[in-house]
Design a protein around this ligand. Structure first.
Ligand code: G
Ligand code: G
Ligand code: MN
Ligand code: NA
Length: 250
């Protein structure tokens, strides 16, 4: 059977789940929130990574209901967490262009009673490709409602800097490729330095992604990065392991 066929049935069969990876505030020295990461437990194939099924979901028009499921589940779970913890949700480009997105988000917040400032949307620059007036308007509308907007995988696109002119992001997530090499190559270190300094000047939080070693963490701290996320702190965990993950990082 094709993945596509199974994907269409996966939601009804309750095969999706959200895992959560902590985001660590380096200045406050505590967890500031979690990023929700979608997982698909396929009955025969096992865990299918999102890189493999999200593009298919986009192609077959399933990303809208799937994205809605993610938003509802993430908001509902986050509403039961301590108030200071935020929830970050990835939103793909196709999903972002759906004119119903703002309504879907409003409903997820309403139903869960989650305060809007606790929800952060992670978008990549592919969302901003073409720099359309509608996209910018949607971003401003969401921000006006109190949501936070993060630019994910920052630094890997073609013209990252120009997007910073189009919209006042709350956060830049420094792509893990720079973090991986930050202790090894001078180039990566200088790029990280430039991004954190840029973030600071623009009043945006900077988050190091994919931190795996204490050396990388120390270097990112030295460069003035505000937050860190990665296997050094914790892998993405199922909701049932959230409490123990919070305790282990205290
Ligand atoms: O853990 P990781 O393999 O989960 O994620 C791989 C990629 O899939 C990342 O680029 C991540 O942003 C994306 N991703 C994970 N969960 C979601 C989701 O709920 N929606 C969207 N659109 N992308 C997601
Ligand atoms: O594109 P996005 O940043 O949303 O995706 C995050 C991806 O990075 C997920 O696939 C997640 O599982 C993965 N990830 C999170 N922490 C680490 C890490 O420390 N090392 C590596 N190699 N991957 C990580
Ligand atoms: Mn992300
Ligand atoms: Na990222």
């Amino acid at each position: 059977r094709a993945l596509e066929i199974d994907l269409r049935e996966a939601m009804d069969k309750d095969e999706f789940d959200l895992f959560y990876q902590p985001i660590y505030d380096l200045r406050m020295d505590r967890i500031s929130g979690f990023e929700a990461l979608l997982r698909w437990r396929h009955p025969e194939r096992g865990m299918v990574p999102p890189d493999q099924f999200i593009p298919v979901a986009e192609e077959i028009g399933l990303i809208t209901p799937l994205g809605e499921w993610v938003l509802n589940r993430a908001c509902a779970q986050a509403a039961s967490w301590p108030n200071e913890l935020k929830i970050a949700v990835n939103v793909s480009a196709t999903q972002f262009r759906d004119p119903r997105l703002a309504a879907v988000i409003a409903k997820a917040l309403d139903t869960s009673a989650l305060a809007p400032h606790r929800l952060e949307l992670e978008i990549t620059e592919s969302v901003l490709l073409g720099n359309s007036a509608e996209t910018i308007a949607t971003l401003h509308e969401l921000k006006a409602r109190g949501l936070r907007i993060a630019l994910d995988d920052f630094g890997t696109g073609y013209s990252s800097l120009s997007y910073l002119r189009s919209f006042p992001f709350d956060k830049l997530k420094i792509d893990q490729s720079f973090v991986r090499d930050v202790t090894a190559t001078k180039g990566s270190k200088l790029i990280v330095r430039a991004i954190t300094s840029l973030g600071k000047s623009l009043g945006m939080t900077t988050t190091a992604e994919g931190v795996e070693t204490i050396e990388q963490l120390n270097q990112m701290k030295a460069e003035g990065c505000n937050e860190a996320q990665g296997y050094l702190f914790s892998r993405p965990v199922p909701a049932t392991e959230l409490a123990s993950t919070i305790l282990s990082l205290r």
